[in-house]
Write a protein that binds this ligand. Sequence first.
Ligand code: NG1
Length: 464
Amino acid sequence: MMRTRAAEMTDAHTAAFQLPQEQERAQALASQYRIVYGRAPRFVVRAPGRVNLLGEHTDYNGLPVLPMAIDRSIMIAVGARADRTVQLSNTAPQFAPRSYELSDTIPPYAEGDWGNYSKAAAQCLARHCGLEFLHGVDCLVDGNIPSGAGLSSSSALVVASALALVAANEHTVPYETMAELLPSAERYVGTLSGGMDQAVSLLAQAGHALRVDFFPLRVRTVPLLPGYGIIVCHSLVRAEKSGAAKRGYNRRVIEGRLACRVLERALGSSLPRPLRTLGDLAVLFPHRPLLDFLPYLEAHVPERPLALSELAQIIGTSVEGLHASCDIQPNVGDHFTILRRVRHVLSEAERVNRAEEALRAGNADRFGYLMDASHVSCRDDYEISCPELEALIQAAKEAGAVGARLTGAGFGGCTVNLVPNDGVRAFLTRVDRYFYAPRLTHSERVTDYRFCFRPEAGAGVMRL
Ligand code: NG1
């Protein structure tokens, strides 16, 4: 089904709270809010995490993704204040209370501080709505999405923070507008984020995956395979967006931009205008398969990583020129891999198209094959896997997964597996025995590390 109308943020938008456990959580959060702030909250908002079924690292390259929302979420109970102060408390004691003033230039906390995700949303909305239209808020935050798992806990916190601020101020911002705005908010925390996480957290529909296209944002629901479960397994390697994983992620964003410069050079006058993203190839040449463009790159760049000076020479510009045209961040390294990254991105986009067809046709074997191929491409060409993810994928295949791949940014985090419903129990038993049992301590519960997810509804606001 095409979703053509922007969903308005109204208190009727409560599909997000249909799950009984989420309703109970919301009520408990509202009670706790009264204890923390001495008054009742006006709203509870909820923004889910997501698992990406296919289309990894395509979003910031302007190419499609195929995620689904999960039943893990960030909830915020919120009430308006008369001044411009934002107060944050968290039900998890490791996240200490925070307080800051709304502004269109909010100074960040130290890198990695949880309050920065709220500030990211607040600064973005102050710029969008106008500071004069925003009051401060008192928030109590509760999250149950494992962090550093590639399940989008950080974006869910940004989305929930934005919804809380908008709801408490009684504003109406269409969800699709939010989905367009909030990826840029994540730049506040230093990630050159694509738009997948915010789009699916805001726009997902229960029972469906969501195909998302970018620039401009478009979404359409895609049915999942009856008779098959989606099982997500944590590799036990946390890939926190504040550390090395962030640098690895940002470097790949820059590699996509550099690839555009090489392609402009390689395609010459057959290109009607410069490329904003690799996805522009699909816009400018709608009838050509994306992989047709690889030979142009192959003729200009080798497989190995290249120094900026080498790239500048190939492109016919200066290192300074590349810094300016690709907005190269500090700390992303001084060598860049172009050909292999583009091979992944273009082939992954084709896989998303094929995967959508396979889902619509109910063809599980084809979908599983595409998941496996995506993983190989993520591992070999995008180089975002790690030994623990590899061990987990191997265990999953041996345990009967029809398809298994890393999901999210990579560098650790989770795998996503397609498993026939009647094989789920055997799958879990084998993965527990061969992957988790040797790695978990006695006090750790395996159920905290692997999950059977159903596709759930996107974000919502509940007026109390
Ligand atoms: P996770 O796995 O949640 O860090 C990141 C990006 C997505 C997308 C995927 C890779 C952020 C907030 N999210 O997701 O936009 O690029 O990696 O497909 O940066």
